[in-house]
Design a protein around this ligand. Structure first.
Ligand SMILES: Cc1ncc(COP(=O)(O)O)c(C=O)c1O
Length: 402
């Protein structure tokens, strides 16, 4: 057989997408699986953004666009960043890409040499480590803890920095924990990175619009303007505008980095979809991110899951301040025995048990670099969410001590 590339050794298909395919297959076979593993909400894209796309098609906006995105979108990104985040960027400082995922790929591909290190805070979004490896880098994991509400400790960051460190990645609100960095937390990160002028900082702000309980989202570039030239803001329309399928992400950074990211993009996808870009222009210019009603609904779902799972013997979770995920501690469930006699040895075993016996799909903490936990995504309809929690409660009640 003709060969495959060795670079594939560094890659596995995203585990959440794999699980979702498995769920779809089980559903096709007639099983009533409730998926709590999807990285998106059940909300529809705002009608005004949808109409903007339709109008773009009818106006013939169906051709290739400039590499870094249409001028109108780059302008809309700059205005959004100024209006909502208090940071000044010009059009040459921004790039529109095919999802936030491609912004990250462009940046790492444009900056990493073989063996360069990238600091990733665990638990992490599973998308980071593999893309770092694909770009020749080495992910260096720095653990955060539930006790610290998954906020990085400065000392741990300092200890992880070496001469090979090229990037640190900060994701707030966080996937998978929902942790949100406040002003003081960002100031302590800034105090450390300020001492290392050769390190880039990537702030993945993609969940910025999903914050609760009066928590205010702040981005590092606003808190530490002196670091702005070394910061790449990663953001996009996917999560907070319910536009995951449109595939529009954007990056903002110094123009030198953006130029190199454009070079990478020119060899991979060219610009993102022209039609989607027009929808994104509308979404950003008219601020079509989740409204108060949608945030209240997500908050009610969060509270439902937190209270129902905290009632379960063997599970516990905190009330996260952002994103639409809950990271559930399942340490007390390990070592127990399922009705079929199998011992639950790990979070992965527990998730398999939930899938097979309770027909609920959740992601194991091992996929995010911190065990024993599992991640619940609560972006689905409230009735299904409640039913899923009832099933988890029953499944856990059926576990026996060894
Ligand atoms: C933390 C984080 N960053 C980036 C992305 C990429 O989003 P997209 O490529 O859909 O814009 C995701 C998607 O799950 C994410 O959770």
């Amino acid at each position: 057989m003709p060969q495959f590339a060795t670079r594939l050794d560094a890659m596995v298909p995203a585990e959440a997408s794999q699980l979702l395919s498995q769920v779809k297959e089980m559903q096709r076979q007639g099983k009533n699986i409730i998926p709590l593993c999807v990285g998106e909400s059940d909300f529809d894209t705002h009608v005004a953004a949808r109409n903007a796309a339709k109008e773009a098609v009818d106006a013939g906006e169906t051709k290739y666009a400039p590499l870094a995105g249409i001028h109108e979108l780059r302008q809309a990104i700059c205005e959004k960043l100024k209006r909502e985040n208090g940071v000044d960027y010009n059009v040459e400082n921004v790039i529109a890409s095919t999802g936030g995922k491609q912004v990250i790929f462009n940046a790492l591909m444009a900056t990493l040499n073989q063996g360069d290190e990238v600091i990733v805070l665990a638990p992490y979004w599973a998308g980071y480590p593999d893309v770092i490896r694909v770009c020749g880098g080495v992910p260096i994991f720095v653990e955060t803890s539930e006790a610290d509400e998954y906020i990085l400790k400065s000392e741990a960051l300092v200890e992880s920095i070496t001469v090979r460190t090229r990037w640190m990645i900060l994701n707030s609100p966080s996937n998978p924990t929902g942790a949100v960095y406040g002003l003081a937390d960002l100031e302590s990160v800034a105090d450390v990175v300020r001492r290392y002028p050769d390190i880039w900082i990537m702030t993945d702000d993609i969940y910025e619009h999903v914050v609760f309980d009066g928590q205010k989202f702040v981005t590092l570039a606003e808190v530490a303007p002196d670091l702005k030239d070394r910061i790449l803001i990663v953001n996009g329309c996917s999560k907070g505008y319910a536009m995951t399928g449109w595939r529009i992400g954007y990056g903002a950074a110094n123009a030198e980095l953006i130029l190199r990211m454009i070079t990478i993009q020119s060899q991979v996808t060219l610009s993102p979809s022209t039609i989607s870009q027009w929808a994104a222009v509308k979404a950003l210019n008219d601020n079509l991110a989740f409204d108060d009603e949608q945030i209240d609904l997500l908050k009610a779902r969060r509270d439902l899951v937190v209270s129902m799972l905290n009632d379960v013997n063997g599970l516990s979770c905190r009330r996260p301040k952002g994103a639409f995920y809950i990271y559930v501690n399942c340490e007390q469930s390990l070592g127990k025995v399922a009705p079929n006699g199998a011992v639950i040895e790990s979070d992965r075993d527990l998730c398999r048990y939930f899938l097979e016996e309770a027909e609920v799909a959740v992601m194991p903490g091992s996929a995010y670099g911190l065990s024993p936990y599992f991640r619940v995504s609560y972006g689905i309809g409230t009735a299904d969410l409640k039913e899923a929690c009832i099933r988890i409660q029953a499944a856990c009640a059926a576990l026996m001590h060894a």
